[in-house]
Design a protein around this ligand. Structure first.
Ligand SMILES: *[C@@H]1O[C@H](CO)[C@@H](O)[C@H](O)[C@H]1NC(C)=O
Ligand SMILES: *[C@@H]1O[C@H](CO)[C@@H](O)[C@H](O)[C@H]1NC(C)=O
Ligand SMILES: *[C@@H]1O[C@H](CO)[C@@H](O)[C@H](O)[C@H]1NC(C)=O
Ligand SMILES: *[C@@H]1O[C@H](CO)[C@@H](O)[C@H](O)[C@H]1NC(C)=O
Ligand SMILES: *[C@@H]1O[C@H](CO)[C@@H](O)[C@H](O)[C@H]1NC(C)=O
Ligand SMILES: *[C@@H]1O[C@H](CO)[C@@H](O)[C@H](O)[C@H]1NC(C)=O
Ligand SMILES: *[C@@H]1O[C@H](CO)[C@@H](O)[C@H](O)[C@H]1NC(C)=O
Ligand SMILES: *[C@@H]1O[C@H](CO)[C@@H](O)[C@H](O)[C@H]1NC(C)=O
Ligand SMILES: *[C@@H]1O[C@H](CO)[C@@H](O)[C@H](O)[C@H]1NC(C)=O
Ligand SMILES: *[C@@H]1O[C@H](CO)[C@@H](O)[C@H](O)[C@H]1NC(C)=O
Length: 501
């Protein structure tokens, strides 16, 4: 080992001397390109929507704008960051752990040997449903980091002066995510230039919401995939029971115990529960979540696609108008053009989505992304799996629509305006619209594609109920900075937040 080190040092020294204009660093030993693409084996890819964030496995398209193109508008829809479980899940975790500990086993062995030292990670029930704040996967840290990364990427769109709205639905964890993102993005200017707008999740807001729901979608209540079992869970139960005589776990206990791992990781750097289960068991665990998202809030439920169309339509209006001050903007509630002063806000739309991950999957489906060519099978696990929820809505999962303004590029396309989508940092091209630079979609074709979507107001019966039929809060927002910081004593914030408010 010592010999090798000397030799390497000498080589580095020699190269450094020859290429004096380049920095002398260990970078000479690093490959320009990684030869490793082992992320498919990462456990984070098999925990569906309840695991810490991971970037999407991409198609190999550069996330930087294609040469000759510049981003001139960005619309982001982001799930809240990593969090503690909700009260219902906590109850389930607590029950199964009580079952374990009441089995009378004093010395754990086999795959559960870690239980001899392990302690539960939630010390205070007051944290339930809230963002996590400890460890490398912390939800608050994630939001802050994302804000500062996006400042580096999209900071050119802010003129350094305008007040920029940040929309959050009214769960406390969502509002906290929006705040930390804003602090990351605006830095010292957060207190004066960001304006957190809290949008109620009340169904009576109809389409004018970040979290529209579909009163006509009566099948939704029957969506109980989460309680489904797969044979892999019986195998795991038998293994753990045989390693620890006296233990009497069944398949549903296994599904609950497995969920401890992704939740624990959101507050701790390490969860020993991950290694208690095999890769096949994790794949099964992840697939149950994929089925749930697909059939209950994704492309497998036409009503939910109509729900997603609300955002698709409203964001199309923004993209068509573009950031230019010369473009007409319409206040949908009164149908009058906005003034130039208001237009300056238009470059940005940072949009924070609801507590319910299930508000992003419908949008992705309505945009025509991640739509498998045939329905997901209920009894087998397809491989490769065409609908991986962990690639769409892990904690902090986000969809970004970029409007690209392009000069002549190397692609055989004219200069003009193009649209592309990034899901969790990976460029995801539209299967039927990718003729633009970097596999982007020409704006005209994009508009035609989105305009073909379903009519939410009719299909979901919100017209009959008299609820708003269009999203217009993007054009009708508050510029107050009053909600930018945590302050539980603001009375009207208390009515908006649900937990620990
Ligand atoms: C497009 O062309 C104009 C005029 O030559 C130039 O100023 C601009 O930087 C170009 N934009 C991009 C994204 O290359
Ligand atoms: C942004 O913050 C810097 C540093 O505090 C300050 O000098 C500048 O005036 C701020 N800009 C605005 C528009 O508030
Ligand atoms: C939702 O809004 C309606 C009408 O404004 C109101 O009557 C109802 O109490 C609200 N529900 C909740 C849960 O706040
Ligand atoms: C739509 O709403 C109307 C009025 O509330 C109701 O009579 C009708 O049954 C609803 N239809 C569906 C499909 O939910
Ligand atoms: C597993 O056991 C728990 C109680 O220990 C019970 O509530 C649950 O219904 C059982 N599940 C199955 C599939 O038998
Ligand atoms: C899976 O189950 C759901 C709910 O029972 C059903 O609607 C769907 O058609 C099934 N999918 C397939 C491919 O059979
Ligand atoms: C989207 O816009 C089109 C055309 O303006 C309209 O027909 C459709 O109902 C809208 N859908 C939603 C969900 O707003
Ligand atoms: C949009 O119209 C509503 C209803 O008239 C009005 O209250 C609001 O101030 C308008 N928004 C803007 C940005 O002009
Ligand atoms: C704007 O903020 C004020 C408090 O400053 C609040 O009373 C009002 O309801 C808010 N309006 C909207 C549309 O959020
Ligand atoms: C919270 O806000 C209220 C009203 O704006 C203010 O009076 C109070 O001092 C604030 N409390 C803290 C701890 O910032």
């Amino acid at each position: 080992m010592a010999m090798l080190k000397v030799v390497l040092t000498t080589v580095v020294g020699a190269v450094g001397a020859l290429a004096a204009s380049r920095p002398y660093s260990s970078a000479y030993l690093e490959k320009q390109f990684s030869q490793t693409f082992a992320d498919s084996y990462n456990i984070l890819k098999y925990v569906g929507g309840i695991g810490p964030y991971s970037d999407r496995t991409g198609y190999g398209i550069d996330p930087n704008p294609p040469p000759g193109c510049a981003v001139d508008q960005v619309i982001m829809l982001m799930r809240h960051g990593e969090r503690y479980p909700d009260a219902t899940t906590y109850g389930r975790l607590e029950a199964v752990l009580r079952k374990l500990y009441s089995s009378g086993i004093s010395q754990w062995s086999g795959d559960l040997a870690f239980l001899n030292d392990w302690t539960f990670y939630i010390s205070d029930p007051g944290y339930l449903e809230q963002e996590t704040f400890s460890g490398p996967y912390s939800g608050l840290l994630h939001a802050l980091r994302q804000g500062s990364e996006y400042r580096a990427r999209y900071g050119h769109l802010w003129d350094g002066d305008s007040v920029v709205p940040i929309f959050a639905s009214d769960y406390e964890r969502v509002i906290e995510t929006a705040r930390y993102f804003g602090m990351g993005f605006f830095g010292y200017n957060y207190s004066t230039n960001a304006a957190i707008n809290v949008i109620s999740e009340n169904a009576t807001r109809g389409a004018n919401s970040l979290t529209p729901s579909c009163p006509a979608d009566t099948s939704l209540l029957a969506c109980f995939y989460a309680s489904r079992s797969l044979p892999q869970f019986n195998v795991a139960a038998a293994r753990l029971n045989s390693q620890n005589p006296g233990l009497n776990l069944n398949s549903s206990d296994i599904a609950t115990l497995m969920s401890v791992a992704p939740y624990e990781l959101q507050a701790r750097p390490y969860s020993p529960w991950v290694d208690a289960f095999t890769l096949d068991e994790w794949v099964a665990f992840g697939y149950i979540q994929d089925l749930t998202y697909y059939y209950c809030s994704g492309p497998g439920d036409p009503y939910e696609v109509a729900v997603g169309q609300v955002f698709a339509n409203a964001s199309l209006a923004l993209l068509e108008a573009g950031p230019s001050h010369g473009t007409m903007w319409w206040n949908l509630s009164v149908q009058t053009p906005l003034s130039c002063a208001e237009l300056q806000f238009n470059a940005f739309f940072f949009d924070f989505h609801s507590a319910h991950d299930a508000n992003i999957t419908p949008v992705v489906a309505a945009l025509g992304l991640d739509v498998p060519s045939s329905p997901l099978p209920n009894d087998t696990i397809p491989f490769p799996n065409p609908y991986r929820s962990t690639d769409i809505v892990p904690m902090g999962g986000h969809l970004v629509l970029e409007r690209l303004s392009c000069n002549a590029t190397s692609a055989p396309t004219p200069p003009g305006v193009y649209v592309r989508a990034l899901i969790n940092e990976a460029v995801v091209p539209w299967p039927t619209c990718q003729s633009g630079p970097g596999f982007s979609c020409p704006l005209g074709d994009y508009s035609a594609m989105i305009a073909r979507g379903p009519n939410f107001a009719q299909m979901c019966n919100v017209s009959a109920l008299g609820y708003p039929e269009y999203l217009d809060f993007w054009w009708d927002f508050n510029t107050t900075t009053e909600l930018n910081f945590q302050n539980g004593s603001i009375p009207w914030q208390q009515t908006y937040t649900r937990v620990n408010g």
